[in-house]
Design a protein around this ligand. Sequence first.
Ligand SMILES: [Zn+2]
Ligand SMILES: [Zn+2]
Length: 400
Amino acid sequence: MRALVWHGINRLSVDNVPDPQILQPTDAIVRITSTAICGSDLHLVDGYVPTMVPGDILGHEFMGEVVEVGHEVRRIKVGDRVIVPFPISCGHCWYCEHSLTSLCDNSNPNAKLAEALWGYSPAGIYGYSHLTGGYSGGQAQFARTPFADANLFRVPSELSDEQVLFLTDVLPTGYMAAENCRIQPGDVVAVWGCGPVGQFTIRSAFLLGAERVIAIDRFPERLELASRAGAEPINYAHTNVFEALKLMTGGRGPDSVVDAVGMEAHGTGPGGIYDAVKQTTRSLETERPHALRAAIQACRKGGTVSVAGVYGGFSDKMPLGAYMNKALTMHTGQTHVHRYLERLTEHILRGEIDPTQIITHTLSLEEAPRGYQLFKHKQDSCVKVVLRPWEEPQKTQAAD
Ligand SMILES: [Zn+2]
Ligand SMILES: [Zn+2]
């Protein structure tokens, strides 16, 4: 089959690789019809997530048709059209039984590596380094999906791939980020980062009862997309965000703040330069937590900090003084995708969330390296790239 393969920092190509096989009786093989590039894939390409091995297949946002199942798979059948949640759930451990599927105890075969870094291991994740299991990802024509009955989610036939693909990650991730704000009626929510996760956080915050949502980014087209959902934009390239937020909230600050950026934030001023220099070594500091620092600083006293952006290792200069003395509460985590699927599918069916709004580019899998470039450098107003693993390059074109 064809697959997007990681060969080293900033080295990707589409190669011929062996087709995946059923390895366990609970596995299924999915023929992938649509797959997407995620902001967190950029951290792998840029070399900020350890334990990548040349030859790894990337991609954790994918869907398609089940073409083969192991002999212990009961619920899922050949021919089912499914989306595949990015964290792998075993379906029966303590965490999975408590709907905390991204913390599954049984799906990371390399748990020892993760335990050395984090104390305990979270769930395995497709195409996301050997630290989270070394599973081959879904930017490919086929993928092996473990614990198929616990993971694969059948989608309504009346919904297109574009409408349901983001159920795999960015839609539930934005939703959980908003839910983690513990929104009360009348609340003001400020969201750092208007990429795909930020966009869905904004839409979810309104669904969950926020009165106002403030969107912070530096790309006008992303702020425009946020405004169309009802958010009030702040462009941090030419506005002092802290002062603007204070002014917009009558001097009190937002009730909750969301970091939808993660470890490669673009900081300004001395803090930003400090992080950039240290992160370049990939050992002194693994993250550039500029957005998170700014969010903690700007949050009102007693407010809530929701962290959806991905971090992998260690961050410097965290404002714990502000965090402690303002009595803030933080909620974070990789998304427990499974628990949101029914609810979000209902929102899509009722037209309350339109996931297709964020798609700017649809390319063939063969064009994936170009898709990464567009997405990474935000060229051509790129917000989200969808890849079609079975289409010829010349037949696809950028969506408006
Ligand atoms: Zn993702
Ligand atoms: Zn489990």
